[in-house]
Design a protein around this ligand. Structure first.
Ligand code: GSH
Length: 207
């Protein structure tokens, strides 16, 4: 059975287990990272020298970096659906995976860390406000792109939607002001109606 090493509260682990649930792939998940620790143990570092979660083990194949994991799993088990056959649609999906890691995730970090991981007396309101503004500015790009599109690459959900949806869960649930982004809201509500997303992402409180 596929093994997923990583705690359920990690956004990057959530991508993997959400996809596995959607595909009906049984998973044996081990709590590693955060309060569980274990990611600095030699046996984990031997699998993943980056000391981060997730790591997946498929038989004798070990893979880490969450976007590589979902690309691998979707191309193995969901070619033509979650992993598009059409090369341009596939390129689009990969573009949004890259952009989520390079731009959207870092933009969301100050507000997320400031409000969820920092006790109220230690918060820096200016940094949180500036972070919120940047998070919003990046999501405005997604808002415009979703105009006239059901999902980020077109008419069906793909891996390209996954990190965007997980970070959007944070946008819609952090205690922050939110601009009205109707395309983002319509797209997010559709994804949030999926039982697998609720089970592995939106049903898990931010922590
Ligand atoms: N680019 C990596 C980032 C992995 C990452 O930063 N994971 C975080 C959790 S979301 C982590 O391992 N943090 C340390 C910990 O949980 O102990 C990926 O996408 O897999």
């Amino acid at each position: 059975m596929l093994k997923v090493l990583g705690r359920s509260t990690s956004a990057n682990v959530q991508k993997v287990v959400w996809l596995c649930e959607e595909l009906g792939l049984p998973v044996e998940r081990e709590e590693i990272g955060g309060p569980f620790g274990g990611n600095d143990k030699p046996e984990y570092i031997a699998l993943n020298p980056n000391k981060r979660v997730p790591t997946i083990i498929d038989g004798d194949y070990v893979l880490w970096e969450s976007n590589a994991c979902i690309s691998y799993l979707a191309s193995k088990h969901a070619a033509g659906t979650w992993y598009p056959d059409d090369l341009q649609e596939r390129g689009d999906a990969h573009r949004w995976l890259e952009w989520s890691t390079s731009t959207l995730a870092p933009a969301h970090t100050p507000a997320f860390m400031g409000l969820i991981r920092t006790p109220p007396e230690k918060r820096n309101p200016d940094a949180i406000a500036a972070g919120r503004d940047n998070f919003s500015a990046q999501l405005a790009i997604v808002e415009r792109y979703l105009d006239g599109r059901e999902f980020i690459t077109g008419s069906t959900i793909t891996i390209g939607d996954m990190p965007l949806a997980i970070l959007s869960y944070r946008w819609f649930n952090l205690d922050i002001e939110r601009e009205d982004y109707p395309n983002l809201k319509r797209w997010y509500d559709g994804i949030n109606a999926r039982p697998a997303f609720q089970k592995h992402v939106s049903g898990i409180p931010l922590s």
